[in-house]
Write a protein that binds this ligand. Structure first.
Ligand SMILES: [Cu+2]
Length: 240
């Protein structure tokens, strides 16, 4: 009888260990201070094709902030991890060109992961990534994409933060892709929230980077501990 109880306990423990080997890091990033007003993109409205795609003025997207300061487009990742990319088997990151804007404005993917760029507009764009980590093997390229043209695919072998995509036809069009060589990252949505999934328990340095909010470009660093239950980390970035 006693042995049976012990065995049942051991089985329960083993099952618990199996399901509790990794946790999620969740949190919200908020912005302190009032960001400068966004600027209207007058070139877009004046463009014969792009202007027709919008009934309202189109503004820059430097600070996308909610009512309670929730900050979007913050790249959140763990420092000091490398060479664990699962990019080649991950589903592609999809970027669209819609109304003469790149959507999303800020994204992230892994090294070796496909980045698929679509053109939803009824006219020509060209897709021109301009990586700076060329020593790591990231290559600049420039491809025209007609209306209804096939999707374009890009792959970057080296980590790089805020790798810029631009369109030479429409000089206001930019998108920034953070390329990471491990799967532990996210980009905050309009609610300022992020989730980094399945992180093995341990101590880490979490970094939150925004293109403009301080501390930019290095990002805000915080030492955290992830347990089997994960971790919760809320951070505040500053208007410069
Ligand atoms: Cu364009």
């Amino acid at each position: 009888m006693k042995t049976t109880t012990h065995l049942a306990l051991l089985a329960a423990l083993a099952a618990g260990l199996q399901t509790a080997t990794a946790g999620d890091i969740t949190g919200t990033i908020t912005l302190k201070g009032t960001p400068p007003p966004e600027k209207p993109i007058t070139q877009l409205k004046d463009d014969v094709n792009c202007g027709k795609m919008h009934t309202e003025p189109v503004f820059t997207r430097f600070y996308v902030v909610g009512k309670a300061g929730e900050l979007a487009d913050v790249f959140v990742t763990l420092k000091g991890i490398s060479g664990k990319s699962t990019g080649p088997s991950a589903p592609p990151l999809v970027i669209d060109q819609k109304g003469c804007e790149y959507v999303p404005y800020v994204a992230a993917c892994q090294t070796g992961q496909k980045i698929v760029v679509k053109n939803s507009d009824p006219f020509l764009h060209n897709v021109h990534p301009t990586p700076v980590n060329t020593a790591g093997g990231n290559k600049e390229s420039n491809m025209a994409q007609m209306a209804g043209g096939a999707d374009l695919t890009f792959v970057f072998p080296a980590a790089e933060n805020f790798l810029r995509f631009k369109c030479d036809v429409h000089p206001w069009m930019f998108s920034y892709v953070n390329v990471v060589d491990h799967p532990y990252f996210d980009v905050t949505g309009k609610d300022g929230k992020f989730t980094i999934k399945n992180v093995p328990p341990g101590k880490y340095t979490l970094v939150a980077m925004h293109r403009r909010a301080a501390p930019a470009p290095a990002g805000f660093e915080k030492e955290i501990e992830v347990t089997a239950d994960g971790a919760k980390v809320d951070l505040v970035l500053d208007v410069k």
